[in-house]
Design a protein around this ligand. Structure first.
Ligand code: DON
Length: 315
């Protein structure tokens, strides 16, 4: 597509990509959190919100699912706002791991500090930071923060939360290892509880596009005009989303799609086109990296057709 596409062209494009990719079914539902295995595998929604606040959708863009790891960049942002860059950087690095999201092999006597805030080690360290004076305060902060990005109060899916709380022992192990290294406080159960809650907020593809458009719009929600994050921190989130947002697929994503993004095991992908738009896609069948199969296909096509890659010469 040459030049800036009209809303009509964007709308036709996402409808075409929905029609093209809806037959892809070579992924699997994530079942390690048992409740995630119960969702309708055929759900598929695409949504774009522009920085002037218009939303265009195709398919099941209003279907709700749990945000999972897509919460991580937003909680990183919240930690930056509440504690400042220096304190946050003393608790977390900015290096991609090349490892799955729940890996702890880079957390050893030598490194001690979790690699980045978008893998579970770093994300749990950030949750511990925002917990501040206690679990109630942490929950209120989270509610408020995610609500500003989405432009509405997000509800938690209690059954997914309970399901992860009952089975999330690996995350408890991560938190204990980090306590050993002095990276989190001793209230492990409170910290992982808040982490399971942050992963269980219900969103739709449409919500994801508004949250992404807020980052594309220097931290201001383009619909409510509310400020969700200080502009000076937006580039911190976007840099890590570009380098670390898709785990073991992060390099392929940066090479082929080339915009900051974050995926979650429930099948959502959120991506930011700075100064232009936010994009949300939902389809719960995920590949071996934990990324939505249809989501990746949609983004590859969108990047090519709209020349979205940040290093595209011909934008
Ligand atoms: O830590 C977990 O297992 C989940 N609640 C979040 C995982 C997730 O979405 C990883 N991303 N692909």
């Amino acid at each position: 597509m040459v030049g800036t596409p009209s809303k009509q062209q964007l709308s036709e494009l996402i409808q075409r990509l929905y029609d093209t990719h809806r037959s892809l079914d070579n992924g699997k539902l994530a079942t390690y959190i048992p409740e995630l295995g119960k969702v309708d595998p055929q759900k598929f929604g695409i949504s774009i919100t522009t920085v002037d606040g218009e939303t265009l959708t195709a398919g099941d863009a209003e279907s709700r699912f749990t945000i999972q790891s897509i919460s991580k960049p937003f909680v990183f942002g919240l930690a930056l706002e509440t504690h400042g860059l220096a304190q946050v950087r003393s608790r977390v690095g900015v290096e991609p791991t090349g490892e799955p999201f729940h890996s702890m092999i880079r957390l050893d006597e030598q490194s001690k500090t979790p690699s980045n805030p978008l893998v579970n080690t770093g994300a749990i360290a950030m949750t511990d930071l925002i917990k501040g004076s206690g679990p109630q305060a942490g929950r209120a902060l989270l509610d408020q923060c995610l609500g500003k990005y989405a432009g509405r109060r997000l509800e938690m899916d209690a059954s997914v939360y309970e399901s992860e709380k009952a089975t999330g022992h690996r995350n408890r192990a991560i938190a204990h290892l980090m306590l050993h290294f002095g990276m989190v406080g001793p209230e492990i159960e409170e910290t992982v509880d808040l982490y399971f809650r942050q992963c269980s907020f219900e969103v739709s593809a449409e919500d994801l596009s508004v949250m992404a458009a807020t980052l594309a719009n220097k931290g201001i929600n383009p619909k409510s005009l509310e400020n969700a994050i200080d502009e000076k921190y937006v580039k911190c989130l976007l840099t890590l989303m570009l380098t670390c947002g898709l785990y073991t697929f992060a390099g392929e994503w940066a090479f082929n799609v080339g915009i900051p993004a974050k995926s979650g095991v429930s099948g959502g992908i959120l991506a930011v086109v700075p100064g232009k738009m936010g994009i949300g896609v939902y389809s719960p069948l995920v590949d071996s990296h934990g990324n939505s199969v249809r989501g990746i296909a949609v983004f590859k096509d969108l990047a090519t057709e709209l020349k979205l890659h940040i290093f595209e010469c011909d934008q």
